[in-house]
Design a protein around this ligand. Structure first.
Ligand code: B12
Length: 209
C-alpha cells in the first residue's frame, strides 16, 4: 500500500503514471482528499520550488513535477469540492497584450495552484479590458501579469494604471524575464518575483499584508 510520502516523492520526480495509481489508491483506502493535497501534493511542489531555488533542478524538472501535480489535482478536485474545501485565495493570471509567451506564466499558475490557490488563467495576449472584466467577474485577491518582451512591458504598465484608475483593489504581482523589482515599483505594481518558486512566497506575504 502506497503512502502520502510515496506520492510526494512521485510528484517531485514527475512520475505522473505513478501519481495516477497512488492517488486513487489512497482515496480508496479512505485518505481524505484534503490530506492528499496538504500532505503530499503541496509539499511536493514546495520541495521542487526549493530545489529550483538551490539550482538543483531546472525548468524541465519543474514542468514534469508540475504536470504530475496537475494530474493528481484532477483526481482529487471533485472530492475536495464535495467535501466543501474552498481555496483560501483566488488568483487571476495572464500574459499581457501582444505577448504570446506562456511557459513562465503557466509555471507560476501551477505553483500557485500547488500552494492551494484557485487560479484562473486568462491565457496570452490579454487586453486590459479583458483583465478588468475578469476581475469584476471572479473577484480575485491577486492578479499576476507576465511579459517576456521588452516591447510588451509597457502593456503591463497600462494594465496597472488602468486598474488603479478604476480603483480596483486587487493586489498586482508582475514577472517575466525582462521585468525587474525596480520596474515593478516604477509602474505601481504591488510585488515582483523573478521565478515561479518564489512567486508563491511573495504572493503569500503580499496577501497576508
Ligand atoms: C520559448 C520562447 C518563445 C516561444 C514561446 C512559446 C510559449 N508557448 O511560450 C515562441 C517561439 C512563440 C517565441 C516567440 C517570440 N519570441 Co521568444 N523566446 C522564447 C525563449 C526561448 C524562452 C522563454 C521561456 O519560456 N523561458 C522559460 C520560462 C520558464 O522562463 P520565464 O518565461 O522567464 O518565466 C519565469 C520568470 O520570468 C517568472 N515569471 C514569468 N512570468 C511571470 C509572471 C508573474 C506574475 C511572476 C510573479 C513571475 C513570472 O517565473 C517564471 C518561472 O520561473 C526566450 C529566451 C529566453 N531564454 O528567455 C525567447 C525570447 C523571450 N523571445 C524573444 C523574441 C524576440 C520573440 C519574438 C518577437 C521572435 C520573433 N521575431 O517572432 C516572438 C514574439 C511572439 C510574441 N508576440 O510574443 C526575445 C525577447 C527579447 C526582448 N528583450 O524583448 C527572447 C528573450 C529571445 C532573445 N534572446 O532574443 N518565443
Amino acid at each position: 500500500m502506497s503512502t502520502l510520502i510515496d506520492l510526494k516523492e512521485a510528484v517531485v520526480k514527475g512520475k505522473r503514471k505513478i501519481v495516477n495509481v497512488i492517488v486513487p489508491e489512497l482515496l480508496e483506502a479512505g485518505v481524505a482528499a484534503k490530506d492528499i493535497l496538504e500532505e503530499a501534493l503541496i509539499p511536493a511542489m514546495a520541495e521542487i520550488g526549493e530545489r529550483f531555488k538551490r539550482n538543483e533542478v531546472y525548468v524541465p524538472e519543474m514542468l514534469v513535477a508540475a504536470r504530475a501535480m496537475k494530474e493528481g489535482m484532477l483526481i482529487i478536485e471533485p472530492h475536495l469540492i464535495s467535501a466543501g474545501i474552498r481555496p483560501e485565495f483566488k488568483a487571476l493570471i495572464c500574459t499581457v497584450e501582444g505577448d504570446l509567451h506562456d511557459i513562465g506564466k503557466n509555471l507560476v499558475a501551477i505553483m500557485w495552484k500547488g500552494a492551494g490557490f484557485e487560479v484562473i488563467d486568462l491565457g496570452v495576449s490579454v487586453s486590459k479590458e479583458t483583465v478588468l472584466e475578469a476581475i469584476q467577474q471572479h473577484q480575485p485577491h491577486i492578479l499576476g501579469l507576465s511579459a517576456l518582451l521588452t516591447t510588451t512591458m509597457p502593456a503591463m504598465r497600462e494594465v496597472v494604471s488602468f486598474l488603479r484608475a478604476k480603483d480596483i483593489k486587487v493586489k498586482i504581482m508582475v514577472g517575466g524575464a525582462p521585468v525587474t523589482q525596480s520596474y515593478a515599483e516604477e509602474i505601481g505594481a504591488d510585488a515582483y518575483s523573478s521565478d515561479a518558486a518564489s512567486a508563491v512566497d511573495v504572493a503569500k506575504r503580499l496577501l497576508a499584508s
